[in-house]
Design a protein around this ligand. Structure first.
Ligand code: UD1
Ligand code: CA
Length: 454
């Protein structure tokens, strides 16, 4: 059957104690709601509607690029009332799958298993046996094990409260049945809300089979209500990601101290030390070593490269067999070609570091192009900014720059040029020329040091 997805995301999330809607809080760097939308897309749904209410403008704005239809639920009168808002947008011949914007770790395969049991004459409910069912709807079954209804905690008797199989909230219902049933749901319960869970009894009354599918992993169906649960689920997500990495041949010194906030494509035989954060799209080739405390965002790291401790890289491409850090900072727009090297306290921005070139200590390279085999001495900086404009520095192959040089851009150092230590270079240097730009040293003989005042 054709699939229509409905994501409920109208609730306020009072316990988050936040000005931001709950579904925009982030797990692994991504809004909770976006985790759910990404999973929904894996199911190839014909249409997807998100029910929003509290902070709807903020949700629509932040997820504007997500290509979904937002439906406003002005007042939050219950889960059935929320689903009702989507009826006009549903396809009659489809099955509707209800998801939750604050339950981010549900897996597509679990939803597929739920959908597999559903056809035009049946609806499905995803259940789970949990350690602590307090606050959740309980699954009530008859002697033959058939589900008869779902009872909310507040409406449950003591014996019903003892049931540890709960309603996860995830349901799949043929749209034509949903359209018939929703108007019949009453708010006659302790909370005076329209409960989606009442669908079970309506189905049974209409001789429609209710099939249950049981989820084995509690993390998948756990909703987030406060920041403690958010942090707990973040840990579970990281554990999931890191186990996947290790199973794919990546060595992690301590899987509880590597966080992945985005898509990391990491080859086998990569070694990652502790307290490393990978953000956005990070691609790492085989045999890369990543030292403690490195932070990598949107970058590619070539085979055999070593990132020593506390190297920070953003929006950059690093070639093969490079050496970076400790304490190197690579800023956006940088390309390091194979076998190049950045040492400690070196910052590079929007520059190309040519093959085999070395910038070993305490330097700033910005808006520059370095050729092959360049050697940049300690403390060298490119003066790329004149307070209004940025200018470029070109450094040819085999250039040698002595320590503490200042290269005032725009300036070009041709292949094989040589810069004397301590020079301020404002003029281009031709091939095989030595550029010296400093005051001549003079030594004063017989110099007497100042004496102490009497
Ligand atoms: C619901 C289920 C309960 C289940 C639990 C799992 C009902 C009546 N109960 O209870 O059986 O065990 O989920 O977590 O369905 N929402 C809206 N609009 C509304 C009301 C809710 O969008 O008018 C959204 C909320 O943002 C939230 C979700 O639906 O994401 C669940 O709503 P909530 O009221 O918290 O239901 P629970 O009491 O958790
Ligand atoms: Ca809830």
């Amino acid at each position: 059957m054709k699939l229509n997805v409905i994501v409920l995301a109208a609730g306020k999330g009072t316990r988050m104690k936040s000005a931001r809607p709950k579904v925009l809080h982030r797990l692994a760097g991504k809004p909770l709601l976006l985790h759910v939308l990404d999973t929904a897309r894996k199911l190839e749904c014909a249409n997807l509607q998100v029910v929003i209410g509290f902070g709807s403008e903020a949700v629509e704005q932040e997820l504007a690029g997500a290509n979904t239809r937002f439906v406003l639920q002005k007042e939050q009168l219950g889960t059935a009332h929320a689903v009702k808002q989507t009826l006009d947008g549903l396809d009659d011949e489809a099955v509707a799958l209800v998801l939750y914007g604050d339950v981010p770790l549900i897996k597509a395969e679990t939803l597929r298993a739920l959908l597999d049991g559903v056809d035009a004459d049946s609806m499905g409910v995803l259940t789970c046996v949990v350690d602590n069912p307090t606050g959740l709807g309980r699954i009530i079954r008859n002697e033959s094990g058939q589900i008869t209804r779902i009872i909310e905690e507040r409406d449950a008797s003591e014996s019903e409260k003892a049931v540890d199989e709960i309603n996860t909230g995830f349901m799949a219902i043929p749209v034509n049945l949903l359209k018939n049933w929703l108007p019949r749901i009453q708010a006659d319960n302790a909370q005076k809300e329209y409960y989606l869970t009442d669908l079970v009894e309506l189905a049974i009354a209409d001789d429609i089979a209710v099939v249950t599918s049981q989820c084995q992993d509690q993390a998948e169906i756990t909703g987030i209500n406060d920041r403690v649960q958010l942090a707990e689920l973040e840990r579970k997500y990281q554990k999931r990601m890191n186990e996947e990495l290790m199973n794919n041949g990546v060595t992690l010194a301590d899987p509880s101290r590597v966080d992945i906030r985005g898509e990391a494509d990491i080859a086998s035989d990569v070694e990652i030390d502790i307290n490393v954060i990978l953000e956005g799209k990070v691609t790492i080739a085989p045999h890369v070593k990543i030292g403690a405390g490195c932070i990598l965002k949107n970058c590619c790291i070539g085979e055999g490269t070593e990132l020593h401790a506390y190297t920070v890289i953003e929006d950059a491409v690093i070639g093969k067999n490079c050496q970076l850090g400790p304490f190197a900072r690579v800023r956006p727009g940088t390309e390091m070609r194979d076998s190049s090297k950045l040492g400690n306290f070196v910052e590079v921005k929007k520059s190309v570091i040519g093959k085999g070139s070395k910038v070993n200590h305490l330097s700033y390279i910005g808006d520059s192009e370095l050729g092959e085999g360049v050697n940049v001495g300690a403390g060298t900086i490119t003066c790329n900014y004149d307070s209004i404009n940025k200018h470029k520095t070109y450094i040819g192959d085999g250039v040698f720059i002595g320590s503490n040089a200042v290269l005032v851009a725009p300036v070009t150092l041709e292949n094989g040029a040589f810069v004397a230590a301590g020079s301020t270079i404002t003029k281009n240097i031709e091939t095989d020329q030595l550029g010296v730009g400093r005051a001549k040293q003079s030594n004063i003989a017989g110099w007497k040091r100042p004496g102490k005042k009497q």
